[in-house]
Write a protein that binds this ligand. Structure first.
Ligand code: AMP
Ligand code: MN
Ligand code: MN
Length: 337
């Protein structure tokens, strides 16, 4: 069992406090950032299972749905897409992997402070939006890591669906345990998950063996179209709605491709711009080491981490690309000023 004593000292006290805060709430609405990734969904599921095991009512709120490649994860009940058809009237909320109310989605974002709330997150620059407790620690590799410590502090075991949910968050936010955030603490926690039945190889198969031929062809298009800009500092590619339609792809099919652009030997920053609507683009940025892409994302109203950041722009794909190039140049992350 992952004992309280196993929680790294720098997190222990706040994990215990957060566990106490969670034990004091019931009828819980559980939410994370919209378009959930593995960490957002894994964290929601883990907290949901934890609450259910403690005999509490809980519901996972996912206004934009669950991406298809994450459907394999066992959830503690049905998820809810609208605040209007929740199975009960929530008396409290837990906000996970989310640093700003706006990223909870429009409906909840506008009303996030009407419920007493607990916030667990690892985004840099997050001030903590929980009214009852905040466990915000940017040194954590994943929100799921902090959630695991809270569950351990509450005396529950990290096994079964809880262990798999935590494992999913850690595996995805560390890029399969090789990003710079993969600390000894992560390995120690994951060793415990593995001993308790979390099968990481099976999880990888679930995550990866989901592609359509259309997606493979779309990625081919993206690699072919990628270009080097700003003295080879930046590799960038724009994906339009027409591209997605041509290959019968959804926006989720673009997820992850930016990790591959970052492999280009010359470039220090990799960027993908995805057209999501008329005058609406999502951008994703990646780098290695000291090149801080969060600063670029933040200048454009987004956020994230030093080597992985993103945001949205109210702009056409061409305008978004121009905006991004200007921001990279202005911030001069890699001396391309
Ligand atoms: P993505 O490019 O969507 O994979 O996001 C990379 C990282 O940046 C993740 O940690 C996201 O949670 C974070 N991120 C993406 N968009 C935003 C945003 N609008 N505000 C704050 N953080 C973001
Ligand atoms: Mn996330
Ligand atoms: Mn995360």
């Amino acid at each position: 069992m992952f004992l309280i004593e196993s929680i790294p000292a720098e997190y222990r006290e706040r994990a215990v406090k957060t566990a106490a805060a969670l034990s004091g709430i019931d009828d819980v609405l559980i939410a994370a950032h919209i378009h959930p990734d593995g960490d957002a969904l894994g964290s929601m599921a883990a907290v949901g299972w934890m609450m259910q095991r403690a005999g509490k009512r809980q519901v996972i709120y996912a206004p934009t749905g669950i991406p298809e490649n994450l459907h394999f994860l066992d959830l503690p009940g049905a998820t809810c897409h609208s605040l209007r058809d929740l199975p009960f009237k929530p008396q409290s909320a837990v906000y996970l992997d989310c640093s700003e109310p706006a990223r909870l989605g429009e409906a909840l974002g506008a009303d996030y402070d009407s419920l007493p709330s607990v916030n667990i997150d690892h985004h840099l620059g997050s001030s903590g939006m929980g009214s009852v407790a905040n466990f915000v620690e940017s040194s954590a590799a994943a929100t799921a890591q902090l959630v695991a410590y809270v569950i351990a502090a509450s005396g529950q075991k990290l096994e079964g669906p809880v262990g798999r949910a935590v494992g999913l968050g850690l595996m995805t936010d560390t890029g399969g345990f090789c990003h710079g955030n993969t600390t000894a603490d992560v390995f120690e926690l994951c060793a415990n998950l593995s001993r308790n039945g979390c099968d990481f190889a099976h999880m990888r198969e679930n995550l990866q063996k989901t592609w359509t031929l259309g997606r493979m062809h779309l990625w081919g298009r993206i690699f072919t179209r990628a270009s080097l800009e700003l003295n080879d500092c930046l590799v960038i590619c724009v994906v339009t709605r027409a591209d997605l339609a041509e290959f019968s792809c959804s926006r989720d099919d673009v997820e992850g491709v930016v990790e591959w652009l970052r492999r280009l030997r010359k470039a220090r920053i990799a960027a993908i711009i995805r057209e999501d609507g008329r005058k609406l683009c999502k951008f994703s940025l990646r780098s290695f080491g000291d090149d801080d892409v969060r600063a670029i994302a933040a200048a454009l109203g987004g956020g994230g981490h030093r080597n992985a950041a993103g945001g949205t722009l109210s702009a056409s794909p061409e305008e978004a690309k121009k905006c991004l190039l200007e921001a990279v140049e202005q911030i001069g992350v890699c001396g391309c000023r």
